[in-house]
Design a protein around this ligand. Structure first.
Ligand code: OGA
Ligand code: NI
Length: 357
């Protein structure tokens, strides 16, 4: 591990923050996307005016209204694999503190952040840029720190010690998102006609990866992206964004901009729920655009079954007419896949789909 970290220091690691701070007038060539993959900002071509669902989660706790909310969740999951939630119970001060800590982290001197750099996707705490700067063919205008977060006491000592408030502030947000995700998984299980506690045991031991992303102002946002189209391996991802930038793909393969709603959080279905639901719900394909003037921060909290626990289609959703459409997989299988494959060329979930013939 130390070896990898040292050798990266001698490598040509340049963060997006360093480029922005040095005032480059153009993005370096490695960030330039082939024309077909550029985001077509400002043009309505290939983008959609669709209104995306926003769900008031406080109603889940009202016995008379719960089934109505479950129905809304089921509609949103079927149509988009995506929705935003309001009144989700995480105090705005917890959200603000986490964003403050992240801002301070990315503003640290390069040498400090490099203490945590790694190209090894199995590392539980990892600072980096792009997706994996040592293997990416095209680079993405994004810096990140990712860390395992559940159970918090197991991992928090490995988190950044600078800024000094980081562990406390991001820790509080991580715990709050963990509680929220449990409620969401229960509601999603119910919406599929499964027991509310279908995944309860797995979730108690479940994994949570907090990806804290920083997309600095980019001189050429029309020809670069912050993240390429992908779906998350998670069961679900809870995303907090400081400003607009996320786009999701709708069922017509059009990109839809996700509006910034003050106080809301974004819920995205990941590959584990697609498999568990036997394809009734699909993981949402999403990407991140960048911006000429504004630095954008996001927290993507990826919740999943424990590292080595395999997920497979729920027996109740499989029958003679609906045979299992997917093989099983674990978070660790996903990590092994992305360490030796270009997951932009082929999505991981496509590798475990069973052919219908
Ligand atoms: C991710 C992700 C979106 C964003 O970290 O997997 O999709 O807006 N992030 O940062
Ligand atoms: Ni994602």
């Amino acid at each position: 591990m130390e070896e990898t970290r040292k050798s990266l220091l001698d490598d040509s690691f340049t963060s997006a923050m360093t480029l922005t701070n040095s005032g480059v007038p153009q993005v370096p060539d490695r960030y330039v996307l082939p024309p077909s993959q550029r985001p077509a900002l400002g043009s309505s071509l290939g983008t959609s005016e669709t209104t995306l669902p926003v769900i008031d989660l406080s109603l889940l706790h009202q016995p008379l209204l719960r089934s109505r909310v479950i129905h809304e969740i089921s509609m949103a999951c079927k149509e988009f694999g995506f929705f935003q939630v309001i009144n989700h119970g995480i105090p705005s001060s917890v959200v603000k503190d986490a964003l403050d800590a992240a801002t301070q982290f990315f503003d640290l001197p390069v040498e400090e952040k490099m203490l945590l750099v790694s190209a090894n996707v199995h590392e539980p705490v990892r600072y980096g840029t792009s997706l994996n700067h040592s293997t990416d063919r095209v680079h993405y205008w994004r810096d990140f720190i990712k860390h395992y977060s559940h159970p918090l006491s197991k991992w928090i000592n490995m988190w950044p010690s600078n800024p000094p408030c980081y562990k406390d502030k991001v820790g509080k947000y991580a715990e709050a998102t963990y509680v929220l995700h449990k409620q969401l998984i229960e509601a999603i299980s119910e919406s599929l006609g499964l027991e509310k506690n279908y995944l309860q045991e797995e979730i108690e031991e479940g994994s949570q990866v907090m990806a804290v992303n920083c997309y600095p102002a980019c001189p050429e946002p029309e020809i670069a992206l912050g993240m390429p189209p992908h779906s998350d391996f998670s069961s679900l991802t809870i995303l907090l964004q400081s400003s607009q930038g996320l786009q999701i793909m709708d069922c017509n393969k059009n990109w839809v901009c996700v509006p910034y709603i003050e106080g809301a959080l974004i819920v995205q279905l990941g590959d584990q729920v697609e498999v568990m639901s036997n394809g009734i719900y699909k993981s949402v394909i999403h990407r991140v655009t960048v911006n000429k003037d504004v630095k954008r921060l996001s927290f993507a909290s990826l919740h999943s079954l424990p590292l080595h626990k395999k997920i497979s289609p729920a027996p109740k959703l499989v029958n003679a007419n609906n045979t299992p459409a997917y093989g099983e997989f674990s978070f660790n299988d996903f990590l092994d896949y992305i360490s030796s494959n270009d997951f932009i060329q082929q999505r991981f979930i496509d590798t475990i789909k069973k052919s219908s013939s």
